[in-house]
Write a protein that binds this ligand. Structure first.
Ligand code: NA7
Length: 538
């Protein structure tokens, strides 16, 4: 029997969990949050690798729900570093006194739905058992890190690190020979800093990525003041934009303008260090291969400019997927790092990794002796954190089994067969294709309104119907197929995890369009959900 009973259990105290707790507490609901880390911040708590930054500008990557919070917090850099973002999360937790309802250092192991009582029983790794009416997974899209699939890590005599759970005290690589495996965003942000310390840096690259200079710098007082003065207008525009960042809407095809005009437009985005600006310059950049190739080639030309050795520049140039269909990166001196004598690139597409040995890393060609190895090999994205909890819905069906052939959900927020459970920024919602802060707030607001409505209308159980779920899955796939995203082997597609079903796991219809759809579902009395009224009291 559960020892404790609450209205809502939330898993995770990152930006979603914190805001969800705030909202539910404001509504007078009893809420417990369980968090595996020892502090708040989620992805910003764990990803402490050197150079970790958000690639959405700080003035956009923050909560909008509290105008007071907006005014009192001041971002110092264009792209704030991880420590500053973590301080912000801590500030929010303290300012709204959230920690008293959060249990840290505790992992939720299972959540089981009882068909008769319409309640979830949640069990943690500390043995605590809690009964709850609503169960919110606020576990993040990139929170389960993955190591490279090669044997031998236990044999290595030096230290092994993963960018996704970096030591809190930092690591000093001064004078060491280091190996870095992985050249996604985490690798591209950290390699220049680690290589500058190391005596020798060997970078193992499976797929080169598109990256552009972040142009990071201190924000001026004027910039901060201007945003603080027009936050309301700005937030409103972000809420209804495609990517959660307001940018002018494209009207032209990349193929209908001259090369000179096109490159001028790309150059402006490049100079601003603005990823979204380049991605959204033309209506067909993400939809038509030839249009996309113009942006891809623009970036490749920049790589050739930056890297002295033409062969190396070509090895660093992405050719196997369209620009933007794997998350492009923002860097500070990434390509230039390869001009240093003590830095070398190993193309493991040509000479695959074989094993980690006592002394280093062995490829099909040779052994590289190193003192430390860094895995920058990413995450079991979008679904990993959801399926690693043993979640059992109606009739004892497990979420992991239900998603055996890929995630299925209604709006990316609710799963048929799993009543009264919500997934914040779950698969099939815009999530990682947008500014996560905007996506998080939209989901949390919707879930909170929904719970409030259920209470007011004396509904005990809210359950997405199979039909609504099927229709949403079909729609997400259909919209995805109008773009180039499904053509890439990316973590959006689950391709980075061997055996993971190949499904485009995000909704590319745009933040504003999605918001409208969710609002419409709510306005129609939660269209697509079956509602079970509270039993009448005798
Ligand atoms: P990513 O973007 O998934 O990058 C992981 C990198 O590690 C990528 O280059 C992978 O190559 C490489 N990788 C993964 N597994 C292996 C194995 N087994 N062997 C060799 N190389 C491997 O993760 P990040 O942490 O950099 O960034 C995640 C997101 O965080 C990012 O997109 C931003 O949104 C913020 P691959 O490309 O799969 O061939």
């Amino acid at each position: 029997m559960p020892e404790k009973s609450v209205d809502v259990v939330i898993v995770g105290a990152g930006f979603s969990g914190l805001y969800q707790l705030y909202k539910l507490r404001e509504m007078g609901l009893t809420t417990r949050v369980f968090e595996a880390g020892s502090g708040v911040g989620g992805t910003w708590y764990w990803n402490r690798y050197p150079g970790a930054r958000c690639d959405v500008e700080s003035l956009n990557y923050s909560y909008s729900f509290s105008p007071e919070l907006e005014q009192e917090w001041t971002w110092t850099e264009k792209y704030s570093p991880q420590p500053e973002i973590l301080s912000y999360a801590e500030h929010v937790a303290d300012r709204f006194d959230l920690k008293k309802d959060i249990t840290f250092d505790t992992r939720v192991e299972s959540a089981v739905y009882d068909d008769d009582t319409h309640r979830w029983t949640v069990t943690t790794d500390s043995g605590e058992v809690v009964s709850t009416q609503f169960f919110v997974m606020a576990t993040g899209c990139l929170s389960v890190s993955k190591a490279p699939e090669i044997p031998g890590a236990e044999k290595f005599g030096g230290a092994i690190y993963h960018t996704g759970h970096w030591p809190h005290g930092g690591v000093d690589f001064t004078g060491q020979r280091i190996a870095v495996i992985g050249t996604g965003s985490s690798g591209i942000q950290s390699i220049p800093i680690m290589a500058a310390q190391a005596s020798e840096a060997t970078i193992f690259q499976r797929t080169p990525n598109f990256s552009m200079p972040a142009g990071n710098r201190k924000l001026t007082d004027d910039e901060v003041r201007a945003r603080k003065e027009n936050y309301r207008e700005y937030r409103e525009a972000a809420k209804w934009s495609g990517f959660g960042v307001p940018v002018p809407e494209a009207t032209k095809s990349a193929l209908e303008v001259s090369e000179e005009e096109r490159n001028g437009v790309y150059q402006t985005g490049w100079d601003q260090g603005n990823l979204v600006a380049i991605l959204t310059s033309y209506i067909d950049t993400l939809a038509v291969k030839e249009a996309n190739e113009t942006a891809a080639e623009f970036v490749r030309a920049k790589i050739r400019d930056k890297v002295a050795d033409p062969e190396l520049a070509e090895a660093l140039s992405p050719r196997s997927f369209p620009f933007g269909t794997k998350r492009p990166c923002l860097d500070t001196g990434y390509y230039e790092t390869f001009n240093s004598e003590h830095v070398r690139l190993v193309d493991i597409h040509k000479t695959p990794l074989v094993e980690i040995t006592a002394k280093g890393v062995r490829t099909s060609e040779k052994e590289y002796e190193v003192d430390a190895i860094v895995f920058a090999t990413g995450f079991d994205a979008m679904t990993g954190a959801l399926t690693r909890v043993d979640i059992r819905g109606k009739g004892g069906v497990s979420l992991k089994e239900k998603w055996g052939e890929g995630p299925r959900s209604y709006l990316g927020i609710s799963v048929a067969g799993f009543p009264n459970m919500f997934t914040i920024t779950g698969p099939s919602s815009p999530s990682v294709l947008t500014n996560m802060m905007v996506a998080i707030e939209q989901h949390v607001d919707w879930v909170s309104d929904c719970i409030g409505w259920l209470r007011e209308n004396e509904v005990t159980e809210l359950a997405a119907t199979d039909e609504a779920e099927d229709e949403w899955v079909r729609h997400v796939e259909e919209v995805g197929n109008t773009t180039l995203y499904p053509t890439a082997d990316s973590w959006y597609m689950g391709s980075n995890v061997p055996g993971k079903p190949r499904v485009f796991m995000a909704y590319i219809g745009g933040m504003g369009v999605y918001r409208e759809k969710c609002d419409d579902v709510a306005a129609k009395g939660y269209d697509g959900f079956a509602l079970t009224p509270e039993p009448t009291r005798a």
